[in-house]
Each structure stands twice: as C-alpha cells, then as structure tokens.
Design a binder for this molecule. Structure first.
Ligand SMILES: NC(=O)c1ccc[n+]([C@@H]2O[C@H](COP(=O)([O-])OP(=O)(O)OC[C@H]3O[C@@H](n4cnc5c(N)ncnc54)[C@H](O)[C@@H]3O)[C@@H](O)[C@H]2O)c1
Length: 263
C-alpha cells in the first residue's frame, strides 16, 4: 500500500511520532492528512507546516462521541478514510498503590478505547469497500512489559491484543492492520527520561520520529503487520518467548538497578 492519494487520519498528530507520520504522509502525496490532537494548537501548527491538503482537528480521542463525530465529519467532507493511525497515547501513572483509579480509567480510555471508538466508526465502510488500513501505536512495553508505569504497560498490552485480533479477523477481508511497537523514541513523551538509568538500559536504542515514520511507510508498502524501531527488539521478543523464567529473572535484575538509580 502506498499513501499517495489516500485520506489519512493521524491521532496524536500534533507532536512526536504522530507529527512525523503526518509530515511523511504529506511528502508521499496523500490526498488529505487529518492531524488530530487534543492539543488543538499543536495540530494546527502541524497542518500549517504541511499546508495544502492538511486539516487540523482538536479532539480528545478518549471521548467516544468526539471520535465518532470526528470520523463521520471527515468522511462527509473528504471521503472515506483510507488510512487510520491510532497513535495518541499518554504515559502517566506508576505502581498499583500510587496510581489513582481515575488515572487507570483515563489511560484505558486514551490508550485503548480510543482505538476501539475509531474502529467502530471506520470499519463498516472499510469492509464494504474491501479495503482499509489501520495502524496501531502500542509500544514494546505492550510486548515485553516495562519498568515503572503499570497502567501504561497494561494498556499497551491491550493494544497489541486488539491489533493482532483485528489482523487475524479482517486481513483477508481487505482491512490491513499494522502494529507499531517502538522502543524509545526522541519525543516530548520520552523527554528527559532518555538520559535516566531507565532510558539507557530499558528503553533500548532511542530512535528519531522521522526514522519511525519511514519504518511505518516501509511496513505499509509490504503490508507487514509488525513495525519495530530497532532489530534488537526482535531479539528481546525471541528471548522472552524462548525462556520466560530466565527473561523474568533478567528483568528483575534490571528493575533493581533502575530502583537503586532512582529512575
Ligand atoms: N516516545 C516513545 O519513546 C514511545 C515509545 C513507545 C511508544 N510510544 C507511543 O507513541 C505514541 C506517540 O507518542 P509520542 O512519543 O509521539 O508522544 P508525544 O507526547 O510527543 O505525542 C503524543 C500526542 O498525543 C496527543 N494526545 C494525548 N492524549 C490525547 C487525547 N486524549 N486525544 C488526542 N490527542 C491526545 C498529545 O497532545 C500529543 O500531541 C503514543 O501512543 C506512545 O505511547 C512512544
């Protein structure tokens, strides 16, 4: 699949990976790039950077009614959504004793249910046309789990489960699924953590958002499900599945190192 002439919607498009995807889709000749972000100013700035063919929408994707209205409006205005990138995400929270339940709920809504709301809006049309492309931004934290932020790790696992299920069920009906599972990426979300013990040891090699956009474009071209930001992620996945007990022991050692470094 090439994004040339396609209508592309990117959530979390106002910053980081989403911004890089929007710019790259425009450079590839997308017919329309819809930059969606709760930060309406950030979305507008990216749309302005692209210029013609881009529109900005200030939407909270954790609210079902806003997502449905957004996608219905886009389809009426610009035509069917060909490429949907469910990319917006948040990473607040901590351990089970210090994460308020409303923080869990918010992560659940933004990191997982936002994907479900968007799927419910675009999937009927994609199935009727026999074609559609849905990209899910999870994280390696959703495959290998992570250190520190429990709601993030749990909700990202849910995204991986959703994307795999969608691929199994709808790929042969024309709706392709793409799972982006980055290690660390230099964005505002990662911020100064890149220089912490966690960043150095657990986040893996830090990628640039533009390189991640290239990796997504490559996966689209091959209609390949899994998008990793560094080959070492594949090795870590193989280690986990080959010897779970040994892998957990190694993760515990790393956890102790991160705790003693205070980050
Ligand atoms: N940066 C990393 O190291 C890294 C690693 C793995 C996965 N990810 C994932 O990549 C995705 C993009 O993150 P990023 O690193 O570019 O971060 P970022 O903070 O630079 O960008 C995220 C964007 O999403 C928007 N957003 C947040 N909540 C929203 C909501 N409810 N509705 C609409 N927009 C919302 C923010 O305003 C922001 O513009 C996230 O899903 C994140 O979990 C990032």
């Amino acid at each position: 699949m090439q994004v040339r002439d396609k209508v592309c919607v990117v959530t979390g498009g106002g910053s980081g990976i989403g911004r890089a995807l929007c710019l790259r889709f425009a450079a590839e000749g997308a017919r329309a790039v819809v930059v969606v972000d709760r930060n309406a100013e950030g979305a507008a700035a990216v749309a302005a950077e692209i210029g013609s063919g881009a529109v900005a929408r200030g939407v909270d994707v954790g609210v079902e009614g806003e997502v449905t209205a957004l996608l219905t409006g886009i389809e009426n205005e610009l035509g069917p959504v060909d490429v949907l990138c469910n990319n917006a995400g948040i990473a607040s929270g901590g351990d089970p004793l210090h994460t308020p339940l409303d923080e869990w709920e918010r992560q659940w809504q933004v990191n997982l249910m936002a994907h479900v709301y968007a799927i419910r809006a675009v999937l009927p049309g994609m199935l009727a046309r026999g074609e559609g492309h849905i990209q899910y931004t999870a994280s390696m934290a959703g495959i290998l789990t992570s250190h520190g932020n429990l709601p993030y790790a749990v909700t990202k696992h849910a995204v991986v489960g959703l994307a795999e299920w969608m691929s199994i069920t709808y790929h042969d009906k024309g709706v392709r699924s793409y799972l982006l599972a980055p290690l660390g990426v230099r964005t505002p979300m990662l911020g100064a953590q890149a220089d912490s013990e966690w960043g150095r040891s657990a986040a893996g090699p830090i990628a640039e958002p533009e390189d991640v956009a290239q990796q997504v474009i490559d996966a689209f071209a091959e209609e390949r499900f899994l998008v990793l930001t560094n080959p070492v992620a594949q090795d870590w996945m193989a280690f986990k599945t080959s010897d779970l007990e040994k892998w957990l022991a190694g993760m515990r050692k790393l956890q102790a190192r991160i705790e003693s470094a205070g980050a």
